[in-house]
Design a protein around this ligand. Structure first.
Ligand code: PEP
Length: 255
């Protein structure tokens, strides 16, 4: 089954509104026509309106938020709702990133509420899962990923899965410069797809895009995208430089 690769820039807490324009202007001139990959940029909330202004009418690039509250409105200091993101607008929302899980205590039950809220609002969640090095070395890789998928996707229907992107990000490879080998990533992503088959059936599993994330760079993107179960990337550090992110996109489009 052919799946359109999706390559997303997760800027995390980097890029002010003016830095966002300075990045996007040259980047968008490189990608002004639709390409064979979906390109997604996820700036911090404060820079999303500037990104939306700059990206307007560019058919190649979509925007993502890095998080969203599952609550609709009210006394939730510091949170951002679906209605707010609709006014930007964004198409995707990253959920369950390992930094949200480890630094802000988000567990699968909370992430599941957020996945439901994003889908109900018409956004496409990019659901992050991944194991720590301790879990991998301790032989718990499959159990951890299964628990994360079952918990985060509880009560999601096969139809709704058409809008869900999974990002497999081994925690030990995020921001460390240590990438999973293409073989390790492939083997694990094939396992993730097998869990999706158990949960939703072959058709959904075959159609779901599974990104790899963890120290993706222009130099390793080509080899990674060549793996059959890697359908794109979620890129942190290397997405902060327009030319390096453009090279990763080009590697994805060539793969
Ligand atoms: C990420 O934060 O999702 C990520 C993969 O970061 P990096 O590319 O810097 O490892």
């Amino acid at each position: 089954m052919s799946r359109k690769p999706i390559i997303a820039a997760n800027w995390k807490m980097n890029m002010t509104p003016s830095e966002t324009s300075a990045f996007l202007e040259p980047f968008l001139s490189t990608f002004s026509e639709p390409t064979s990959v979906d390109i997604v940029i996820a700036p911090p909330f404060i820079s999303l309106p500037k990104a939306a202004e700059t990206v307007t009418d560019n058919p190649a690039v979509a925007l993502s938020a890095q998080n969203m509250s599952h609550e609709a409105s009210g006394a939730f200091t510091g949170e951002v709702s679906a209605a707010m993101l609709k006014e930007v607008p964004v198409e995707y929302v990253i959920l369950g990133h390992s930094e949200r899980r480890s630094l802000y205590g988000e567990d699968d039950a909370v992430i599941n509420k957020k996945v439901k809220a994003t889908l109900e609002a018409g956004f496409k969640p990019i659901l992050c899962i991944g194991e720590s090095l301790e879990e991998r070395d301790g032989g718990q890789l499959e159990a951890v990923l299964t628990t994360q998928l079952e918990g985060s996707l509880a009560d999601i229907t096969a139809e709704q899965m058409a809008d869900v992107v999974i990002a497999y990000e081994p925690v030990w490879a995020i921001g460390t410069g240590r990438t999973a080998t293409p073989e390790q990533a492939q083997e694990t992503q094939a396992f993730v797809r097998s869990v999706l088959t158990k949960l939703f059936g072959d058709d959904v599993a075959g159609a779901t895009r599974i990104q790899y994330g963890g120290s993706v760079k222009p130099g390793n993107a080509g080899e990674l995208i060549g793996q059959p179960d890697i359908d794109g990337f979620l890129v942190g550090g290397a997405s902060l430089d327009p030319s390096s992110f453009a090279d990763i996109v080009k590697a994805g489009a060539a793969g």
